[in-house]
Every structure is written in structure tokens, then in C-alpha cells.
Design a binder for this molecule. Sequence first.
Ligand SMILES: *[C@@H]1O[C@H](CO)[C@@H](O)[C@H](O)[C@H]1NC(C)=O
Ligand SMILES: *[C@@H]1O[C@H](CO)[C@@H](O)[C@H](O)[C@H]1NC(C)=O
Length: 344
Amino acid sequence: MENLKLILVIGGTGAQGRPVVKALSESGRYSVRLLTRNPASDQAKELAALPNVTLLQGSQDSQKDLHAAFTGVYGAWVNLDGFTIGEKSEIFYGIRAYEIARHHGVKHYVFANIDYALRKAGWDEQYHCGHNDAKGRVGDLILSHGQSTMKTSLLTTGPYMDMLYDGMFVPKEQADGSFVWENPASDGKIPLIALDDIGVYSLWMFDNPSESAGLDLEVATDQVSFAEIAETFTRVTGKKGVHKCVSLEEYLVKAELYPGAYSNWAVKPDVPRDESFMTWRENFSSWWRYWSEGKGATRDMAFLDRIHASRIPSLEAWMRVKSYDGRPQSVLKDLHELRKNQGP
Ligand SMILES: *[C@@H]1O[C@H](CO)[C@@H](O)[C@H](O)[C@H]1NC(C)=O
Ligand SMILES: *[C@@H]1O[C@H](CO)[C@@H](O)[C@H](O)[C@H]1NC(C)=O
């Protein structure tokens, strides 16, 4: 009676992957094979308890494990962890995962992508952002092979709206009760995506292959500048929100973890990298430039309304639904694990 299509999910325990696994499981149309390095982690155990979700232990940077993972699946949702493996490995394994999927005759491959910042900014090296560009290059390659034997779709996200809770977009509460975002953001619009809506878009792709094949679906919940974030915060909470723009130099000096830190500083910080690795400074400079100058504000909001009619419609709606109050909460997995391993 049941005829569930099996979807391999890579990156399923991450902030973006969890809602995808949940949406696939809840639909009753798919079963999920979740590739995870650590089946004993809290996130993996929580997901394994959902209907029709099974865990497969393995690493996204092992070709043997990728072969095992793609064997016998109908579809795949693939989000590589570039933060951990670095730009060079992310490109290599991004391509290998795709090739191995083709070898195993996968029917629909959804690649979790991010804006190819360097290309979208007109090849100006100031915008070369390692993590974005690694995914963007692989995304372009995947779509370039056409749709005849395997359907391919890109789910292109930008910064998470949830980073207002965790990571780079958390404001600082001041003694006078106001909340200040002090950062180098220019006045462009940033396409923020609420993690709560990622699952629906991913499900839509698998449910509608004739529409999603060959599509680069750039998603966002709202495209807003930092001034608008602060204004919206004030409107929703009644507390004063302020965006204080500081120079990149001033920001980096304060925010850098240690001088000369690598962009993937969390992973074995003492091991030297080769020159392809960006430093934390390089990565964040281009990251802030690209997003805050509005270069990613290219989302087609009317199209998103059509394919996800009940989506969270705006930053304001998101803040109201979440009862957002400007105070931090743990959302991102890398930070979560780091805190667990290193203390607060
Ligand atoms: C899917 O989950 C439902 C509910 O837990 C269960 O009854 C069903 O047997 C599962 N199907 C497969 C193919 O495992
Ligand atoms: C660069 O910074 C962005 C923004 O925080 C992050 O998502 C990305 O993982 C970083 N890149 C690398 C290679 O660490």
C-alpha cells in the first residue's frame, strides 16, 4: 500500500537540513536516509525518531561513503558543510557527490546552494567569498548538464533570518534598554530566509519535478536593509532598535577571533592551511560586502508567494510569530557544538 520515494539527505542534521528532513517525513510521500558522521548526536537521534527516517553513518568527504549513501535512492538533497571542510574540499566533494549520484541513477538531485557571489558581483575579487562561491560553482556545473536523465534543482539560500538569534546578526542590549546592531552593513537589502520555510520549498521541489527541474530557486522571506531590521524591531517590540554602521576595519578588529584566523577557524585551528584557504578576515569582508550592498536582493518574491502561499510573508511577521525580543538563542549547529566542546 505504501510507495514512499527514498530521499538521501546530506547535511540533514544542520540548521537548514533539519526542517527538510521533517517536511519530507511529515509529507507521508517520502522516506529519508540521513547520512551523518555521528548517529549518536542529539540532532541525529531526534530526526531518527521521525517516521520513515533512517540514519546511515558516514562522511560527506568520503567517496566510499557517498557510494553507499546514493545506492538505491530516488532523490537526494545535498548540503555540504563548507565551514568544516573548507572551500577546496567543498568544490571537490560537491562535484563528486553529484557524479556519484549520476552513477547510481538518482532521479532528482536537489543541491543546497548559496549565491555565487563572485559571478553575481561581476567577477570583482572583492566579492570572492569562499563558502558562497564553492557552492555557487558546483551549482552552475550541475545545471549545465541539462535535465535529460536526472532532474537537478538548486535551492539557493542567503543568510538565515534566524541569525538574528545566533551568530552575526544578534544585536547587543544596551544599559538603556535599546538594542544595537553594530556592523559594517551598507544600506542594501539582504535576502533573509527563515529556516522554518526551507522544508516547504524543498518538498515542493521533489513534488513538482517538472517545474523544479533546471530551476535555481533563490529563496528569501524578506529582503531588508539593516536600517529596516532595526525599524521593524522597534515596531514589533516597542523597544528601540538602532543600526550603527562602523567601518569594516573597525568591525573586524573587534570581531576577529584571533589575529590571522582561518575562515574555518573552528576546525583544528593550529593546523596550517595551504594558500587556497581564506582567512576569516577575507571571508567576512567579502561576505558583508556582497550581502549588505544588496547584490543578493534578486529574489522573485511573487514566484515564492505562488509556490509557497502560506510562507512567512515578511520580517515583521517572522518577529511576531517568534515573539522575537533581540535576545540570543542557539540555532546554528556549528556554534552549538562548539559551545558544547569549548564551553561558553
Ligand atoms: C512509514 O512510517 C509509518 C508511520 O510510522 C509506518 O507505519 C510505515 O510502515 C513506514 N513505512 C515504511 C516504508 O517504512
Ligand atoms: C565564511 O563566512 C560565512 C558567514 O558566516 C560562513 O557561512 C562560511 O562558512 C565562512 N566560510 C568558511 C570557508 O568558513
